[in-house]
Design a protein around this ligand. Structure first.
Ligand code: GTP
Ligand code: MG
Length: 207
């Protein structure tokens, strides 16, 4: 898929204030600083569309971008940011989990994992929670430019193996670099494929 247009729509904490769920939606999630916002910018070829920072905790809200007037890409705040206070963290838990479990048009969550690290408990637990909720997800290993392909492959294999303790099958994965736009086309191809099968969800209008 070619990205011809990418625009910021809105930032929110409330699910009832999000744009109408009439087009397919994809969310990027993962630990603070893993590279969610950077990869979004690389995918849509627009530096600065999603705000990035060297310091963890930059993205604080649910940020909607509309791509090709056809689908939403969502940048979420990261989890596991040690400097965030406990109450702040539970707020994160609440509004992100509410978003992930209630958003009718959410087609797939891309869970970003740092390809340089051995499997981290927080990432594995998050994947398990998605599985328990029946939320479809795929794995995106980031920052592949920062170490050798062999090291990335070892960490990916370990992560997949760890997930197999909970899942019968592990979802597809991508190895990416926002720096070199590695893997971006592959993710866009998967999104294009899912978009082709999208049916507008029936919205529950009961209070
Ligand atoms: P939060 O919004 O705080 O949760 O972080 P984030 O996951 O959105 O990370 P962000 O995209 O802001 O990137 C964090 C830092 O990692 C920035 O300094 C980026 O330049 C750097 N970074 C992200 N992706 C890559 C990559 O693929 N390669 C390299 N070398 N650096 C990257
Ligand atoms: Mg961010």
């Amino acid at each position: 898929m070619q990205v011809k247009k990418a625009e910021f729509i809105c930032s929110n904490t409330r699910v009832d204030k999000l744009p109408e769920p009439k087009i397919p939606e994809y969310a990027f999630i993962g630990r603070s600083n893993v590279g969610k916002s950077s990869l979004i910018n690389a995918m849509v070829n627009k530096k600065g569309l999603a705000k990035t920072s060297q310091k963890p905790g930059k993205t604080q809200l649910i940020n909607h971008f509309i791509i090709n007037d056809d689908w939403y890409l969502v940048d979420l705040p990261g989890y596991g940011f040690a400097k965030t206070s406990k109450s702040n963290r539970s707020e994160w838990e609440k509004f992100i989990r509410r978003y992930l479990t209630r958003r009718e048009n959410l087609q797939c969550v891309f869970v970003l994992v740092d390809s340089r690290l051995e499997p981290q408990k927080i990432d594995l637990e998050f994947c398990c929670w998605l599985g328990e909720c029946g939320i479809p997800f795929m794995l995106v290993f980031t920052k592949s430019d920062k170490q050798s392909a062999v090291k990335s492959d070892v960490n990916i294999a370990k992560f997949r193996k760890a997930l197999l303790e909970w899942f019968e099958e592990v979802p597809p994965h991508f190895l990416t670099s926002a720096e070199y736009k590695t893997g971006c086309e592959d993710i866009l191809a998967v999104i294009d494929d899912i978009n082709g099968r999208f049916v507008i969800p029936e919205i529950d209008t009961l209070p």
